[in-house]
Every structure is written in C-alpha cells, then in structure tokens.
Design a protein around this ligand. Structure first.
Ligand code: SMG
Ligand code: MG
Length: 369
C-alpha cells in the first residue's frame, strides 16, 4: 500500500483507581495512537510506552519523537509498504520497539482491513474468546487488597496477578490464598524489584502454589533468573527481559524462564510476538499475553494474539472498565470470565470519534509531499 498520511494522537485517560507497582503509581494513562492512511485503507496502532521510562527505556514523548524523526519518514518514502516489510524497513533504527510496534500495527490493521481479514485470522487464532486475568496493584493494606481481589473474582476474572515488591510479597500472597482458597489461579509480578540475594526470601512464595513469578530480577540478569529458577519450585516467567524472538530463545536455552509473557509493544509488534509464540511452542514453553493498560485498540489486538494455540495461560487482558470509565473504542466486557476476540476486518475496532476528540491532547500529522 502507498501511505499518504500518518497522524500521531496523544491521548490522556484517567484511571478508575490508581495503579501501584514496584515501579511507581499511575493515575492516568498517557498514550500515543498512530493512524496510518493509505490510498485504499486506514489503520490504527497504540503505542504502549509509558509516561516515564520506569518500565522500559521508552516513554511517550520519546516514542513520538522517534516516530516523527526516524520511523515515519522511511515508510513515507517507500511506494509499496506491507506490514511484513515494516520491520526490515526500520531495522536501521536500533531499539524503540514500542514506537515501531505502534506503526507496524497501524500498517497491519490497514492491510488486513483492505483484505477484509481479521487480526485473529491473520495471526492464526484458534479460538474466538480468551480467558481474562487481572493485574492487582500494590495496596496500602492487606484488607484493602482482599476487598479488591474479592471484587475482581465476583466479576468473573479467572486469574489474579498480584504486584509485589520487597515488603509486599509473602504476607499479601498468604492472605489471598487463605481467603480465596487453593483453586484460585494466582501469580505474582515483581517488575524487577529483587536481586539475586533475595533468592531465599522468594522461596518463601513456594508454599502458595503460584502459577508463576514474573520478572523478579533485573531485565539483563538472565543468569540470575536461571539460578533462581533452579532454586524455586514456583516457575519463573520473564516479561521485561523478553524483547525479541532471539532473546526468548536465549532465555529458554539458559534456563532463565519456564513461561514467557508476550507483549506486542515490548517486542516490536504483533509479527515478532507471533515469532516468540512459535519459538516458545517449539520449546514446550507456555506463553500468556501481558498488558500495558491498553485502550480498546491495543486490547483488541491483544485478544487476537492471545487466541493463538500456545497461549495456554490467562492473560493480563481485562475488561475495559478495569481501567477506564469510558474506553475510546467499544468497550471490552467480561462474559463468563472471557473476552470476545473481535471478528471484524483488521484490528476489529476503531476509536469512537467523539470520545477520541475528548481525550486527545495533541495531534501531529505527516503527509507525503
Ligand atoms: O494492562 O492490565 C494491564 C496491566 C498489567 O501488570 C500489568 N502490566 O509488568 O506486566 C507488567 C505491567 C506493566 C505495566 S505497569 C508499569
Ligand atoms: Mg510484568
């Protein structure tokens, strides 16, 4: 396709409640939406870079800058762009995977729409609904946490993930297990808050039959994760460390993880996400789809990805109202603990113009000259 215009929409959405992790507390989601307009189709992608660089080196203004300076121009000077060609076209720019993912997703959306094919069909989905897990932030007290978890279980979420950090780990996990029983699917996520010296302490979590512990150590500490995995009964899952199919294969070969969290934004897009899925499937490593507090746009793509066969664990793909009173697309709703995978062309949803206008704080537009 010939891309005529790319527009970058900065949006700001208030969260229904603050979301606290070992990295800090978020009160709103500041996001960047990419819209690609070609001669015969239009597509959208959501950039998951955060307001600050605490989760990854990328942050929203940086993503906007690299898109405008370095990523959009090569696409604009190419006559025939396909989604599969975006990665190779942008290979001269190192890193910036979240920015690249948003652009590739918008191209993929436009391309699939022009063929009348859904993301799910394009990626190879094998199911039309996916089980929904919820990520529960760090709270001021254990009673407050138990109330929050009770609310999510009442709504039907099939899996609970507790955010942990030093000082908020064994006690909250024990309390949730005691209150809600052994049959609740439960896992924890540290966002790299521990060090190798915490191995013995983390082994204290082994008593609670967790599905997994996610990214306990620094993202670059693969050998530390491998050592930890040898010493824990709880399976080690990697999030931040997994940035490509190659880093996934390395992590698996080193024994650094037994489970992989796949986030399309973190790895450069849905096409690399699918390659990671395939690498893991070949190695017998289960995967699940992570979340970055996406709007309905990102949520739509993630449900399609999570419908691939090796996504055997529930993802952090909750209903829109977990974070937002008003989503920018048709909201995703929980039905019997599941979300429906959009079946329409492309990503299957699009921003509702009136809502988009309300939450937009700035728009930058690049046109082919
Ligand atoms: O989308 O429900 C969601 C967020 C899930 O916990 C979640 N994401 O490390 O997995 C993770 C975090 C990253 C976002 S908070 C910085
Ligand atoms: Mg994580």
């Amino acid at each position: 396709m010939r891309i005529e215009r790319v527009s970058l929409h900065r949006v700001s959405l208030p969260l229904v409640a603050p979301f606290r992790t070992s990295l800090g507390t978020e009160y709103e989601r500041s996001a960047l939406l990419v819209r690609v307009t070609a001669s015969d189709a239009e597509g959208w992608g959501e950039c998951v870079a955060g307001a600050d660089a605490s989760y990854s080196p990328e942050y929203v203004e940086g993503a906007e800058d690299v898109l405008l300076r370095h990523l959009v121009p090569p696409l604009m000077s190419t006559e025939d762009v396909t989604a599969a060609a975006v990665g190779p076209l942008l290979a001269g720019v190192k890193g910036h995977r979240m920015a690249k993912a948003a652009l590739e997703t918008a191209v993929l959306d436009a391309e699939l729409r022009s063929h009348g094919m859904s993301f799910a069909a394009g990626l190879g989905a094998v199911t039309d609904r996916v089980p929904s897990g919820v990520s529960v932030g760090i709270m001021d007290s254990v009673p407050e946490l138990l109330d929050a978890v009770a609310g999510y279980l009442d709504q039907g979420y099939v899996r609970i993930k507790l955010k942990i950090e030093p000082g908020w780990d064994v006690a909250p996990v024990r309390a949730v297990r005691e209150r809600f029983g052994d049959s609740t699917l439960l896992q924890v996520d540290a966002n790299a808050a521990y060090t190798r010296a915490d191995a013995r302490h983390l082994a204290g979590l082994d008593a609670f039959d967790l599905l997994l512990i996610e990214q306990p150590l620094d993202e670059e500490d693969l050998l530390g994760h491998a050592a930890l995995a040898r010493n824990l009964r709880t399976p080690v899952c990697l999030d931040e460390s997994i940035v490509s199919a190659r880093s996934t294969a390395d992590a698996i070969a080193l024994g650094a993880c037994g489970i992989v969290n796949i986030k399309p934004g973190r790895v450069g897009g849905y096409l690399e996400a699918r390659r990671i899925h395939d690498v893991c499937a070949a190695a017998g490593v289960p995967v699940w789809c992570g979340g970055m507090l996406e709007t309905g746009l990102g949520r739509a793509g993630n449900t399609a990805l999570a419908a691939l066969p090796n996504f055997t664990l529930p993802g952090d793909i909750s209903a829109s109202d977990r974070y937002y009173t008003t989503d920018i697309t048709e909201p995703f709703v929980l039905r019997d603990g599941h979300l429906t995978v959009p079946a329409g062309p492309g990503i299957g949803v699009a921003p509702i113009p009136s809502v988009l206008a309300e939450v937009t704080t700035a728009v930058r537009e690049v046109r082919r000259d």
